[in-house]
Design a protein around this ligand. Structure first.
Ligand code: GDP
Length: 558
């Protein structure tokens, strides 16, 4: 059939959706797309709400973001030295990507040790939702800067609550009120400005206010009611991974569900193995590690990527099978780039009802044009599809923009700007579409046009033929069959049908068979007799009228 259709293909080659549909059509079948081909026996999402079992509280996981030089590293250093060293002899000796800070109350907070939103969004783009809370750090002697805005937009896009830490409040030039005002101008209303976003003044150098910050983090996390199931196979995300000369591949994992134990069969990305050793941030050997506890895992045969999901499998055999299947998928994916964010993909998703929002990231050459585009796009309204500009700023398109777009399934719009070479490369590997424009009007028109396509088309039913039931036969194998005469038009196998009895609808649905004598046929014309089986309907009677219905879709515009 493929050859007849002019598609040159070999027997073990995968076909794209359109071709599959056409081929299946030839045989009278319809194809339903399955979104993800991942193996069902392992739940790949790091979204853990659906796991059954007793839930126990877990400690929050926090990421620090903010503009360069506003004090991210200083804050993480202060916490590590002042708050951790107290309890542990020797303190944290090595950077493993995360560490937990014990509080006096006996509670703990886990901090991700890679500051900045690039790491945060890169993990998200790989499907990991690790962070529970974000600290946006802003230097009080400075202003809200481009990366501050990015940090805010990235946490909003990820729907992770933020806490504002106004840093460097020890400096005489510090002006926290100015920062709060600037935040308000950006729609971030802090608590003492009548908003909901908690805000503290700190000094990452002297440690002033840091206890308050920790307390706020605990309070905020209590509101989130963070829990995890311990009695299930362990699952988590890779925070960091490297090849160690002496120890081989070493991965830092943040367990999100279950308890990981030495000896467990594991898989992450395409690598499978067995846990050989578990180490905490002090270099201590552990026998097991539970939710929200960062731990170094030895025993994988290769280095997975940060953001990869990590899971324990039932047996080593299962891990191995899975890993082989993944390697195969990966090879095919590399060739064909299955996951991509292009305008037409998004269009498809929205049509399928899987998305009600078209997300955009806008980068422009000057403030004025960026604002104008964001405003114009935000102004496109429709009850089904909404355009939401999740981030807009001035400057070249960077890696971080691409990651944000990939993680949020957004398209990237450039207006009179260059794309950094590294960002271009990343956009190709992530399959993110970058659309460049020179005229504002064009941007808006094109998005509008795309949206018109995005709008689920309106459907209309056309009756293309009717048949009258003359006789019924019962068949033990296929259920009742109606012997019919086509009165007008055509009865088409693939169309929906409606059954009318005395003018009232008694059934609507699909045909299960359409036959002329003993042969299955695709259509029967006016004046001919045929046998009709109805899917899931046996109560067919003499005198019923069967209508063959064609559904016509018309595109709507805004
Ligand atoms: P990052 O780029 O956000 O990681 O910023 P750093 O933590 O590297 O801090 C940048 C500079 O600001 C360093 O020279 C720090 O010593 C200084 N700094 C950070 N926090 C404070 C603070 O609370 N007070 C003062 N006076 N300086 C600070």
């Amino acid at each position: 059939v493929c050859l007849q259709l002019g598609v040159m293909t070999t027997i073990n080659q995968r076909l794209d959706m359109d071709t599959m549909q056409t081929v299946a059509d030839e045989f009278g079948y319809t194809v339903t797309a399955v979104v993800d081909e991942e193996e069902p026996e392992i739940d790949e999402s790091s979204d853990d709400e659906e796991i059954d079992g007793e839930r126990v509280p877990r400690c929050p996981i926090v990421t620090v973001m903010g503009h360069v030089d506003h004090g991210k590293t200083s804050l993480l250093d202060y916490l590590r030295k002042a708050k951790v060293a107290e309890g542990e002899s020797g303190g944290i000796t090595q950077h493993i990507g995360a560490y937990s800070v014990p509080l006096e109350s006996g509670k703990k907070i886990t901090f991700l040790d890679t500051p900045g939103h690039a790491a945060f969004t890169a993990m998200r783009a790989r499907g990991s939702r690790v962070t529970d809370l974000v600290i946006v750090i802003i230097a009080a002697d400075d202003s809200i800067m481009p990366q501050t805005i990015e940090a805010i937009d990235h946490s909003k896009a990820a729907k992770v609550p933020m806490v504002i830490a106004i840093n460097k409040s020890d400096l005489p030039t510090s002006d926290p009120e100015k920062i709060k005002r600037e935040l308000a101008e950006r729609d971030v209303l802090v608590e003492d400005w009548g908003g909901k976003v908690p805000c503290v003044q700190i000094s990452a150098l002297s440690g002033d206010g840091i206890d308050d910050l920790l307390e706020i983090l605990i309070l905020e996390s209590e509101m989130l009611e963070l829990t995890a199931v311990e009695e299930c196979s362990a699952k988590g995300s890779i925070i960091e991974a490297k090849l160690d000369k002496g120890r081989g591949p070493v991965a830092t994992v943040l367990i999100q569900q279950g308890i990981l134990r030495v000896g467990d069969p594991i898989i992450s990305g395409v690598y499978n193995g067995r846990v050989r050793a578990l180490l905490d941030e002090y270099g201590n050997k552990l026998k097991e590690a539970g939710p929200s506890i960062p731990v170094q895992v030895l025993g994988l045969p290769g280095v997975p990527q940060a953001g990869d999901i990590f899971s324990v499998t039932k047996s080593e055999r299962e891990a191995k099978d899975l890993s082989q299947r993944r390697q195969l998928m990966k090879r095919e994916q590399d060739q064909r780039k299955l996951r991509s964010v292009t305008l037409s993909d998004l269009q498809y998703k929205i049509q399928q009802g899987k998305m009600q929002e078209l997300r955009v990231v806008v980068k422009g050459d000057v403030d004025g044009s960026v604002e104008a585009i964001a405003q114009e796009l935000g102004g496109i309204v429709h009850e089904e599809v909404r355009v939401s500009v999740i981030h807009s700023s001035v400057g070249a398109i960077s890696e971080s923009d691409v990651l944000l777009a990939a993680a949020s399934e957004a398209i990237l719009i450039g207006f009179h700007v260059q794309t950094e070479p590294s960002a271009r490369e990343l956009s190709q590997s992530e399959g993110v579409e970058i659309r460049n424009y020179k005229i504002i009007y064009e941007v808006v028109e094109e998005i509008r046009a795309a949206l018109a396509g995005l709008l689920a088309p309106s459907t209309e039913e056309n009756v293309v033929g009717t048949a009258e039931v003359r006789q019924t036969f019962s068949s033990s194998r296929t259920g009742n069959i109606a012997g019919c005469m086509v009165n007008n038009g055509q009865i088409i196998r693939s169309n929906n049908v409606r059954v009318l009895r005395d003018g009232e609808k008694v059934f609507s649905g699909n045909l299960s068979s359409l036959r002329r004598f003993k042969d299955d046929v695709r259509e029967v014309n006016e004046g001919f007799e045929c046998g009709i089986g109805l899917e899931g309907f046996n109560d067919i009677k003499e005198g019923d009228v069967i209508e063959s219905i064609e559904i016509v879709e018309t595109l709507r515009t805004l």
